[in-house]
Write a protein that binds this ligand. Structure first.
Ligand code: SF4
Length: 229
């Protein structure tokens, strides 16, 4: 089982697989971080847009939205119909229109138009749960945190780093088990690994270089291979 001592080599092997994959794209949030130079407001809004949405759609909607509305003040005053038109490429665009406007208003009312950099304050913003708040800390402020989305949850369990039922439990366990120096890179690496190799359905275990470290491979994949040999 992967543990505190061997997470470093596991992450390095994952990084190599991602680099060498046919589709070594950056994730939408990493891309946003680069393009927006870690602007916490845009990371916050981009993360809300990214909920249950593919990366390409998130990037497209963020670009369109920020071309027109650059600050919390501008977005708080925006007409919902205008925002909806710009973010129509993302799923649940009506709900997200309300969410990004409400989040901008909250930033102005309670935080002087500045995104706070602590978990408790972030959680008071509408539509911000732990995953979004952790994304803002990592991608907006370069602060060590572990955003747990479906990829991070699934891969951490498959590898056997954690044995959990929900992303919230996974975050608690990862924080205990993964040394802090790896927190900043973990989300981006696992999301890209989940998109390219350790997919939700049909993980490409035949191309994976960490089978020896993977509980799912040992307990599910290998017995099936042996049975069919
Ligand atoms: S061996 Fe398969 S399940 Fe395990 S990490 Fe690699 S791709 Fe994922």
């Amino acid at each position: 089982m992967a543990d505190r001592r061997d997470i470093g080599p596991t992450l390095r092997a994952i990084a190599k697989m991602v680099r060498e994959s046919k589709d070594p794209r950056a994730t939408a949030l990493a891309e946003l971080k680069d393009v927006e130079e870690g602007n916490p407001f845009r990371i916050l809004i981009g993360t809300i847009l990214s909920q249950r949405t593919r990366d390409e759609q998130t990037s497209k909607a963020s670009e369109m939205l920020f071309r027109k509305f650059k600050t919390p003040q501008q977005l708080a005053r925006a007409k919902p119909s205008e925002v909806t038109k710009l973010i129509k490429s993302v799923g649940f665009y009506n709900m997200k229109t309300k969410a990004v406007i409400a989040a901008s208003k909250k930033l102005i009312e309670d935080f002087g138009g500045v995104v706070p950099s602590d978990m408790d304050s972030l959680l008071t913003i509408p539509s911000v749960g732990r995953k979004t708040a952790n994304c803002v800390l990592v991608y907006g402020f370069d602060m060590p945190a572990i955003p747990v989305d479906t990829h991070v949850h699934r891969i951490s369990n498959r590898l056997g780093i954690v044995n959990t039922k929900t992303p919230e439990e996974t975050e608690k366990e990862l924080v205990k088990k993964v040394p802090k120096r790896y927190w900043l890179e973990l989300n981006d690496l696992f999301v890209r690994f989940g998109q390219t190799t350790c997919k939700p359905i049909g993980p490409k275990c035949g191309q994976c270089t960490i089978t020896a470290r993977c509980k799912y491979y040992r307990e599910v994949v290998k017995p099936k291979l042996l049975a069919s040999a």
